[in-house]
Unconditional design. Structure first.
Length: 176
């Protein structure tokens, strides 16, 4: 099965053996090129719209327009937007996902997106990418990182909690 993330179309298979886990130390982050960013944007806008619909925040009809507007607001200059760092997550030079860190004020950062390709989920790439981005954030002078996770994404919530992220706000909704 070929999986395309960025420019990488090499055949990789999911293998979460103990040897593979040792190899997770080979996870690196590489800034996206303009072409890779455009590929990311095309996919992520659609996925973000779907998540907002699934969480009950937006209607299906308005979701794609709102998602495009949100990305345009956050990344007015694409991958070159000031204080935004969009990376490909690589394992042995094979793209396995992406992570987007923004530098806010007062030493705070915010992870707007992290996504590991479905083929590679559950093998530790997300955890290693989060550790790598923390190191980059420190180098940029950040002392705190925040992120948003949709309430229905229990796997991601578990990952973030295992890395020491704490819940600061909870928004709840009830259909009546």
């Amino acid at each position: 099965m070929k999986k395309r993330i960025g420019n990488d179309t090499k055949k990789l298979t999911k293998d979460c053996s103990s040897k593979f886990e040792e190899d997770l130390k080979l996870v690196t982050l590489k800034l996206m090129s303009s072409e890779e960013f455009q590929q990311y944007l095309d996919i992520s806008v659609v996925n973000y719209a779907k998540e907002k619909v699934a969480s009950g925040n937006w209607s299906q009809e308005e979701s794609l327009t709102k998602a495009k507007e949100e990305y345009a607001r956050l990344l007015p200059d694409g991958e070159k937007s000031e204080n935004n760092y969009l990376y490909n997550v690589l394992h042995e030079n094979h793209a396995v996902g992406i992570i987007w860190l923004a530098q806010k004020t007062n030493g705070e950062g915010f992870i707007y997106d992290i996504s590991i390709s479905e083929t590679y989920r559950g093998c530790g790439y997300g955890k290693e990418a989060m550790k790598e981005i923390e190191g980059i954030a420190k180098e940029l002078g950040m002392t705190k990182i925040g992120l948003h996770v949709f309430g229905h994404n229990l796997v991601a919530r578990g990952l973030y909690e295992s890395l020491g992220y704490e819940t600061t706000n909870v928004v709840m909704v009830k259909e009546i």
